[in-house]
Design a protein around this ligand. Structure first.
Ligand code: BTN
Length: 327
């Protein structure tokens, strides 16, 4: 038995691959199901928002634009485990919260949650993540690395590379990473990452890697307080991004860098992360929970902590906080 929606996703893949009409006969052969079943699945796809042209003696043809739903995401997935199983919500409070609940219930590594809109999107340090429907990507992935809780922050770097790489591939713009994991284009924030974990004292049970990417949001849709500091891929390129395609690329990249992390270790990840980091040598102000530091960024150490050379000449190590450019 195939999982629910799997045949629909396969039909979408076949129709997109053909780029023109595919006969009911060819679909039935390709999928190993009857002609009647093909017809039923085509109707299900139409109900799910696909525009499908059916012409006698020619067959079926998919007409863009495509909806943003579980079938569309599944049709583009080419990973081994990340995003292979997706829970899709039209609206939810927070995909991180949904993924966390699923993690507690034992949902496997790689399972992802996507929402078209979030009512209580969570940002870092207790902030809110602006999550209107119809425009952006909000997704969370469950990972079960065999590591100790003190190492869990390393996955932040894994996720940051994956997001930066996917933004670059999809927009043609080279983003930078602001320590530890804000993704900027032309100095404005386009994506953020929030990691949450469930653990015992010396073992992580699972980590939820939550990613919010401003894809098609227009400048006027950003709340005034972040309008000048945030951006979207659309604002930077003038091109609309297909959200499902972006999600499947992101899952491929997460899987790639997560495997590198597991096989080669954190230093391999950190080296790659440094390639996206451009604050070294610049003046920074770092606000952490107990202090504000100003100085010249001296890079990151082998644990991923930020190094700041203060005016007195000492190099301070920061493990958590917010970095901004200082004048
Ligand atoms: C940040 O403050 O930069 C982190 C933002 C993380 C937002 C994403 S959107 C998907 C996932 N669900 C959430 O509630 N938050 C993360």
């Amino acid at each position: 038995m195939r999982p629910k929606g799997a045949v629909e996703a396969e039909i979408v893949r076949l129709l997109k691959g053909a780029g023109s009409f595919v006969s009911g006969e060819a679909l039935s052969r390709g999928l190993g199901v009857s002609r009647t079943a093909v017809w039923k699945h085509i109707n299900a796809l139409k109900k799910s928002g696909y525009n499908i042209d059916s012409v006698t003696a020619k067959g079926y043809r998919l007409i863009p634009p495509y909806p943003f739903n579980d079938i569309e995401v599944a049709s583009g997935i080419s990973t081994g485990f990340v995003g292979k199983k997706v829970f899709f919500f039209e609206r939810t409070d927070s995909t991180n919260r949904r993924a966390f609940e699923l993690g507690l219930k034992g949902e496997g590594e790689g399972t992802a949650v996507i929402a078209d809109a979030q009512e209580k999107g969570k940002g870092r340090l207790g902030r809110r993540w602006e999550s209107p429907g119809g425009v952006n990507l909000y997704t969370s992935v469950i990972l079960r690395p065999p590591i100790a809780p003190r190492e869990a922050h390393e996955l932040t770097f894994v996720m940051a590379i994956a997001v930066a790489e996917t933004v670059a591939k999809s927009s043609g713009k080279r983003p930078t990473v602001k320590w530890p994991n804000d993704i900027l284009i032309n100095g404005k924030k386009a994506a953020g990452i929030l990691l949450e974990m469930d653990s015992e004292s010396d073992r992580v049970h699972f980590v939820v890697g939550g990613v919010g990417v401003n894809l098609n949001m227009r400048k006027k849709e950003f709340p005034p307080v972040i309008r000048e500091t945030a951006t979207s891929l659309f604002e930077e390129t003038g091109v609309e991004i297909e959200r499902a395609e972006f999600a499947s690329r992101l899952y491929s990249s997460i899987e790639l860098w997560y495997k590198i992390y597991l096989d080669k270790g954190f230093q391999a990840v950190l080296d790659a992360w440094r390639g996206w980091f451009d604050s070294e040598g610049t003046r920074v102000r770092v606000t952490s929970f107990d202090r504000v530091l100003e100085g010249i960024c001296a890079g990151v150490d082998k644990d991923g902590a930020l190094l700041v050379r203060t005016p007195s000449g000492t190099v301070e190590r920061v493990i958590s906080g917010d970095v901004e450019a200082a004048v």
